[in-house]
Design a protein around this ligand. Sequence first.
Ligand SMILES: *Cc1c(COP(=O)(O)O)cnc(C)c1O
Length: 416
Amino acid sequence: MTSGRRVALSRRRFLGCGPAAALAAAIPFRASAAAPPTGEDYYAKLGVQPIINAAGTYTYLTAAVMPPSVRRAVERAAYHPVRLKDLQKASGEYLARKLRCEAALVSCGASAALTLATAACIAKANGLRPEEIPGGVAGRKNEVVVQKAHRYEYDHAMQLCNVAIKEVVTVDDYRAALSERTVMTNFFNAAEGGEICQEQWLAVAHEHGVPCHLDAAADMPPIENLWKYTGMGFDLVCFSGGKGIRGPQNAGLLLGRKDLIELAAQNDNPNSDAVGRGMKVAKEQIVGMVAAVDWLLEQSNEGMEAEFLRSTAVIQRAVEKIPSVKTRVITPPIANHVPHLIIDIDPKQLGITPLEVAEKLRNGTPSIELNPATGTDGRGLMGTPNSIILSTWMLGDGEERIVASRLRSVLSRARG
Ligand SMILES: *Cc1c(COP(=O)(O)O)cnc(C)c1O
């Protein structure tokens, strides 16, 4: 099937005509939109409360729920053992074809992909074997160059390989920082600052023969980002598998140059004497990652956005008549590039603050999680301390109606 036909099919499925078609459109990525689950309910058995996720693809909320086709693929993979290397190799080749890059590796998340990318670049620069990383890295080529504004918590994933991070601000700094000790650069795609753009970042590094990794973990949608950055010339790019791609939460993608992906795979399990040994992806999750990419490539950006906006509007309509309430819809430019609903309230008039609203929804039944930027300065979502913030993309079928009615009752009943 050509990708053109795929797009046409999915557009028809999503856009159709009229409300019935819009309802059907919800089906492909909603949790409950298939046969009801079978088997023992271990959340109930363990006394762990399921939540309604109006927050987003947060790791602490277990990020996305897998679409039905992915869940079925995961279950089916569980029936038989295979040779792990065979599965790693075949899944990588399949994904590279689908995602238009030279090579691919399923990692156990974007963070692990960054560690494996670092190990691969160290191996490339020094000829070190997996058993020599991180122990043999000190005193060898071991520097990673990043923009100061791109320093983030995932630097830890690189530091696992015993690299030293060199910060730069200007292009002149950057040229000066690249040396025979440099093994790679890292570009944090969703960073809010940094004066060196992607094209210049790549051009200067490549003049020096240094490979560039791009962290695009949370940067799908749009779907085409899965091949945009490797297409621009980034040598390695990572994505989280369990965020917008809706694969297993402990899966991710490392995409890019064949020689580097091969080195990443050597530093990965099942090799026990390797930095990636603890980053195992089980056969079920490798298959789930591939199935999630297959599922995603059947979707369209327009179809997904239409569904997120439809469910956002349900919540918006439920609260907009409440005194002092004003609503707006914001789509962040890069990471989590989906509509977010910002509900601005006057806490004095309503007798409740956004943080108290979040607490009430969390403590209710079913328990609802709002975006953690609620009641803060907005954390890049353009909210204020008086904003309630949520997004609908991680909601299950019909859950927007539950969120809408709970929010309405909490906001309207606070006084009195
Ligand atoms: C979520 C995230 C990661 C980690 O992704 P995992 O798949 O959970 O390992 C890394 N980098 C950025 C920028 C992220 O947003």
